[in-house]
Ligand binder design. Structure first.
Ligand code: ZN
Ligand code: ZN
Ligand code: ZN
Length: 237
């Protein structure tokens, strides 16, 4: 059976167009369409698949797909083997607070992670604070540092000339889940990689970094699929 005949057969049987649960906003045809339509919607939603963002976020508490989450309150990192059920960072934090490894392993309740500042402190600003301890986004930190006379932080935040900023869009690299907080629509890590690639002549089209691996060291979401699977003949150049 030829490819054209396959498409015709599928069109005749109908129902094959029902693949919105696999890839939203994409038109598929041929074998890709047939395979997509065969995927069970309840399986995909249970596995944490987002058909619009093409991100797979495996649910931590799932019986088969889950993982052992750190026992410290407010922490979603995976447990590190041999540390009494906590992640490496929490182990360092708790031992720093004077707990022994035995106490960590034996305590049914552990001191929770300190509340994290996630939003910039400028009223209405929708950008994230740069690092855990920072209270403002990068743009506002820069503005604050450039202010003549070195105002107090409270003065700066109350100044009506300090305007809130809209959120960043997602990084333009296919498998990256970070925000595009640097120039050219990339996250800082991919912007740095792009600069290195551009310098060493490994750049593809102007302004396009190579399709890079997902954000380093982060478990969970995966966004690596092209919008439309390529047919084999596309590769024969
Ligand atoms: Zn932890
Ligand atoms: Zn801000
Ligand atoms: Zn990125």
């Amino acid at each position: 059976m030829t490819a054209a005949a396959t498409v015709r057969t599928l069109a005749a049987t109908g129902g094959a167009a029902d693949y919105g649960h696999v890839l939203a906003g994409v038109e598929l045809d041929g074998p890709a369409q047939r395979l997509a339509a065969l995927l069970d919607p309840s399986f995909l939603s249970e596995a944490g698949w987002d058909p619009a963002g093409r991100v797979l976020s495996l649910p931590a508490g799932h019986r088969l797909l889950g993982r052992a989450v750190c026992r410290a309150g407010g922490c979603a990192t995976t447990q590190h083997t041999g540390l009494g059920g906590v992640c490496h960072r929490c182990f360092t934090r708790l031992t720093g607070q004077g707990m022994t490894a035995e106490q960590i392993a034996g305590s049914p309740q552990l001191p929770a992670l300190p509340a994290r500042v996630t939003r910039c402190a400028v009223p209405g600003c929708q950008r994230e604070a740069t690092v855990t301890q920072a209270i403002m986004c990068q743009s506002h930190v820069r503005q604050f540092r450039q202010r003549a006379g070195g105002p107090a932080i409270g003065q700066f935040l109350a100044d009506p000339r300090v305007r809130p900023l809209p959120p960043f869009s997602p990084c333009a690299v296919a498998a990256c889940t970070r925000a595009a907080d640097s120039a050219r629509g990339y996250c800082n890590t991919h912007y740095q990689r792009w600069r290195v690639a551009a310098k060493t002549g490994r750049r593809g089209r102007a302004g396009q970094p190579a399709r890079a691996a997902a954000a380093g060291g982060r478990a969970g979401p995966v966004r690596g699929l092209p919008a439309r699977p390529r047919r084999r003949e596309d590769h024969r150049h």
